[in-house]
Structure formats: structure tokens, C-alpha cells
Design a protein around this ligand. Structure first.
Ligand SMILES: [Zn+2]
Length: 359
């Protein structure tokens, strides 16, 4: 059995020393002949909490393309991915030890003609609960709803379903043992979802101080995908001619993004990093989202924790690297907390105890 040796500073605790990797796991017991693979700053495997594997602008992609997406994410350090909706069944990825660990949400569930084409199961209210039940059974413990989107009839952002319909959907998912998250840009959709016990909100640009207080009370988490919110002015410009009310809503939400998200952070809502890779963003750029969270105002250690140890704990994986833990980690040449740009260039990526990337 090959034993690998790593040395340096291990985050988040800042322990300095060495550890070994044998049989896919961390061990602190010294093995005399173990090869030193790398020395540097060692971070528990990054988590992309909002990513889409098997999806591009036009809808589902081939398995080969989905695999390339997963490898790009992995080589960027993302070793645990919560897939926030994909039209491609990617359950086969679970059998592939060289691909990131994956928590699938199944396919997005949206209102008919009220989401990006070819992405979602598009349903009417009467079919919502049954569709949620199916996706809950097919996924890995999460279901993704499209909470709001432009209604072309109204010409503005609108909740996809009523609060009562959403509440039934959430209760159904919970009955099936699945958690629920929802894409939410605007304010109107949020109170009903949070009140009904939704587990997580994606984007969350419509949050108000009252809704933030409700999230704290209910323990609801938030994955803001800050990089993708920077695209709101583009969406506004694209919709301006036909949907001026929508354009103005998107500009208003964009203008208050920093204030809204920092209010949620300051109030104690747990924030996690999501790149939105494959949705509207490229794969392999989780580092960009950590930088965006820091740019927003999070301290560097909090922004990195939102993409590593805190997110790992949230999703039920080892938050630190201690005796017997699965060996999923990334080695960097310098301290990422001193300069988060270090995250853009991992030295070595170790997944399930194997070096899957190095440069
Ligand atoms: Zn997305």
C-alpha cells in the first residue's frame, strides 16, 4: 500500500506539521518511507454548494461533457458538489472515484414556461407535489424549486406558485426525506417559502430585514452565488424593451445586493459559496465566488470557510482533517487566508486519498 505524506499548515485550525494518507484516509501515525507529495497550506476539500453538472446554455449535455465539467470543478479544488439542478441524470458519477463527491438535487422544478428553456420539469400547480415526490426519490436528499422567474403575462418577476402550493411541495419533499432549496431573486416569494420550512434559499437578493430575521429563527441557509448576481444589469438590459417593469425590478435588486447579503451575514444566516457553474457561469471557478464573497465584505477566513469547512459540516462531511477522516483536501503554495487569490492555483488536489491534480 502506498502511503503519501503531506506537510505544512492545515486550515482551519492552523496546525503545523505533517500527516499521512493511506487507504483513502488521513492518519497521523508516522510511516517512515512515505513519499512527501507536497508542502504548503492544506485546506479541507472545497465545496461548491451551487453548481450544475450536465447542463449548458441549451439544456442537457452529453455524459462526456458532464464529466469534463466535473473535472474542471475538481481541478479548481471543488471536491464536494451540491448540484443545484440538472436535466441530465448524473447518478453514474457516484461510481467514479476520480470525480468529485456529488449531492444531486435532481432536475429543477419550475412553472410552465417560466424558466430557462430545456432546464426544468415545467409543471402546473396540480402536478407540483407529485413532481417533487419523484425528484426527492431520484435525488440525493435535495429538491430544487424555481421560486420566481419572469412572468411574460405580468411583465415582471413573479413567484412560480402560491405560498400554499409551495408549502405543500416542501412538506412533500420532507416526507420523502429530502431537503428543499429554491431559486429566489425577488422578495414576494420568500416569506411563504421560509415560513413553510424551506431548508435553503439560492440567490436571496429579495431578502428584507424581517425575512432575514425569519431565516435566522428557522435556521434557513443561503447560497447567494454572488458572481451570478453581477449579471442582473445584463438581464435588465435584455428585457428592457418588452418588459420594462422586470428590467427595473432587476436593477433595483442589483443595486441593493451588497447591503442585502451583508445584512443576512451580519444577522447570522449561514452563507455558503456556490459558483453557479454550468448555469450561467463557467465550471472550475469556485475560487472566483470565494473572492466575490470577500469583496462583498466577508472576512477572508469566513469566505473560505463558506467554501470549505463550514460547508462541509453543513452537508455532513468532515470539516477538518483528523485521524481516520476521508482524505479530500487541496494544497496551496501560500496561505489563502492572507490572499484568497491563492485559491485560483491549487498545487495538489487529493480526492479519496489519491492525487487527482497537481502542477
Ligand atoms: Zn444555478
Amino acid at each position: 500500500m502506498t502511503v503519501l505524506r503531506f506537510a505544512g499548515t492545515t486550515l482551519p485550525d492552523g496546525d503545523v506539521g505533517e500527516f499521512f494518507v493511506a487507504d483513502g484516509r488521513i492518519t497521523l501515525e508516522a510511516v517512515p518511507d512515505a513519499d512527501l507529495v507536497a508542502t504548503g497550506w492544506i485546506v479541507p476539500g472545497l465545496v461548491d454548494a451551487h453548481c450544475h453538472l450536465g447542463l449548458d446554455d441549451l439544456g442537457a449535455v452529453s455524459r462526456a461533457e458532464a464529466e469534463q465539467q466535473a473535472i474542471m470543478d475538481r481541478d479548481g479544488g471543488a471536491l464536494l458538489i451540491r448540484d443545484a439542478g440538472s436535466p441530465l441524470d448524473t447518478s453514474w458519477m457516484q461510481e467514479r472515484p476520480e470525480l468529485p463527491r456529488l449531492i444531486r438535487c435532481g432536475r429543477h422544478i419550475a412553472r410552465t414556461r417560466r424558466y430557462l428553456r430545456n432546464y426544468a420539469h415545467e409543471v402546473e400547480p396540480g402536478e407540483l407535489a407529485a413532481t417533487v415526490a419523484r425528484e426527492a426519490a431520484a435525488g440525493d436528499g435535495w429538491v430544487k424549486l424555481v421560486g420566481d422567474w419572469i412572468s411574460r403575462d405580468v411583465g415582471d418577476l413573479m413567484p412560480s406558485f402560491t405560498a400554499e402550493e409551495f408549502a405543500l411541495a416542501i412538506a412533500t419533499a420532507h416526507e420523502y426525506g429530502a431537503k428543499v432549496t429554491a431559486h429566489c431573486f425577488g422578495e414576494e416569494v420568500l416569506a411563504g417559502l421560509i415560513d413553510a420550512g424551506i431548508d435553503c434559499i439560492e440567490h436571496g437578493t429579495g431578502l428584507t430585514p424581517e425575512l432575514i430575521a425569519l431565516m435566522v429563527e428557522r435556521g434557513t441557509t443561503l447560497v447567494p452565488t454572488v458572481m451570478q448576481l453581477e449579471k442582473f444589469p445584463e438581464y435588465a438590459a435584455a428585457g428592457e424593451a418588452r418588459f420594462p417593469a422586470y428590467a427595473s425590478t432587476m436593477r433595483r435588486l442589483h443595486a441593493s445586493t451588497r447591503q442585502t447579503l451583508m445584512a443576512a451575514y451580519d444577522a447570522g444566516v449561514p452563507l455558503f459559496a456556490g459558483s453557479d457553474g454550468g448555469g450561467v457561469a463557467r465550471h472550475g471557478n469556485l475560487a472566483g465566488e470565494v473572492l466575490a464573497l470577500a469583496e462583498l465584505g466577508l472576512p477572508a477566513a469566513e469566505a473560505l470557510g463558506a467554501a470549505s469547512w463550514r460547508a462541509r459540516a453543513w452537508l455532513g462531511h468532515n470539516p477538518t482533517l483528523t485521524e481516520g477522516d476521508p482524505a479530500d483536501f487541496v494544497v496551496y503554495d501560500a496561505d489563502p487566508i492572507r490572499d484568497l487569490r491563492v485559491l485560483q492555483a491549487p498545487r495538489v488536489v487529493v480526492l479519496r486519498g489519491r492525487v487527482v491534480y497537481s502542477r
